[in-house]
Write a protein that binds this ligand. Sequence first.
Ligand SMILES: C[S@@+](CC[C@H](N)C(=O)[O-])C[C@H]1O[C@@H](n2cnc3c(N)ncnc32)[C@H](O)[C@@H]1O
Length: 387
Amino acid sequence: MTPGARVQAAIELLDSIDTGGSAEKVLTSWGRRSRFAGSGDRAAVRDHVFQVLRCYRSYACLGGAQTGRGRMIGALRAEGLDPADTFTGEGHAPAPLTNMELSAGVEPVGADALDLNDWVLDEFRASLGSCAEAAAMALRTRAPVMVRVDLRRATRDDAIGVLAGDNISSAVHPIATTALCITGGARRIARSRAYLDGMIELQDGSGQAAMEAIELEGVQSILDYCAGGGGKALALATRSDARIYVHDVDPSRMQDIPARAARAGVSITSLLTSALPRKAPYDIVLCDAPCSGSGTWRRTPEAKWRLTSERLTALTQLQSQILPSAAALVAPKGQLIYATCSLLKAENEDRIDAFLSTVPGWKLVRARRFDVTDGGDGFFLARMIRL
Ligand SMILES: C[S@@+](CC[C@H](N)C(=O)[O-])C[C@H]1O[C@@H](n2cnc3c(N)ncnc32)[C@H](O)[C@@H]1O
C-alpha cells in the first residue's frame, strides 16, 4: 500500500469506530478482508488509527472536521506535514483537499488541546493540580514497550544480548531494576528466545516499579485478589519464595496464568471465590482494583472518550466494596496493598480515606502516584498494615 492508501484505510476505519465499533474489532475485520495489506501496512494503519484516537479532539480542530478525514488531515498538520502531499487521489490515496478543507482548521485550545473530555479535565485538575496538563499531554503520545527481566535468570545486560540475537533492540530503563525498554523489533517479542525461555515478561515500567516497592521480607503467603492476567503476581513470584495465590471474580481472566507461571518457572495457585478461606491467612493481599485505566489511556485511547461520570461513580463504588473484602483476608500485622492504573483521586486517595474511616484496625504506611512517563503508565499504590 502507498502511504496515501494507508491514510485512506485509516480514515474509513476511524469512521467505523465513530459509529460505535471498537478499534480492535474494526482493525481485525479490516485485516481479514484486506489480503493485499502486508504486515507493515497493517502496523502503519493501526498506528494512524491509534494516534488519531489519542488526539481525537485536537486533530479534529486542526483538520477542521469531526470526521475520519478531518482528523487525518489534522494528524498530518500536527506532524508539520502538508496534507495535500498525501491527499492526492492517486494510488488509493484520499481525494485531494477541497478549497474548504484547505482553509479550515484552527489551533486547539483548552480541553481540545489536551485531548480530554471537559469533565475529565476537571477531574485531572482536581486530582493532579499543576501536573494535570503534563499528564494529559503524555497520554497523547504512544506508549513505550517495556519488559521485565527475571533477575533470577539473567541480568538486564544479558537479556539485552539475548534479545539482540532475535533482532530486538532494547535498553536499560531506570524506572525499575528489572526494566528494559524495547527500542526496535517489538513485534518479534512473543516469538523471541528471551520471552519463550522466561527470561523476560511484558510488563509496564510503573507496574514493575510498584511491585518492586512492596516489602517482601518474612512474607510467607501472598494473595493477588484481583489478579486478571496475573502480571503483578508473576512479578512478585520472581522476588519471593512465598506461596502465591491468585483470584479474580471472573476466573476466565486468569486463564493464561498457568502458562505464564510455567514459562517463568514459578508456582502460582488459582482460587475460585468459593475457595477463598474464611479466616485471614495471607501476609499480603494485593488488590489491583478494576478502574477507569486513566493512567493507561495512551494504550487504550478509546477508553478515554468512553468514560462517563456515571461509570466513574460505579467504579468507585465497586472499589469501595472490594477493598474491605480483600482486607478481611489479611493476617494480623499483614499488608493490604491497594493499586489502580488510574490517576484520579476519586479512585485512589479518596478510596483509601473512605476505607480507613469505615474499617477500623488499619494504618496507611505509604501512598504513591506514578506519573505517565517514557517508561511507565500512570499508576497508584497504597500500602496499609493491619494493626
Ligand atoms: C486491573 S485488573 C487486574 C490486572 C492484573 N493485576 C494484572 O497485573 O494483569 C482488575 C481485575 O479485577 C477483577 N475484578 C473485578 N471485580 C472484582 C471483585 N469484586 N473481586 C475480585 N476481582 C474483581 C476484574 O475481573 C479484573 O480482572
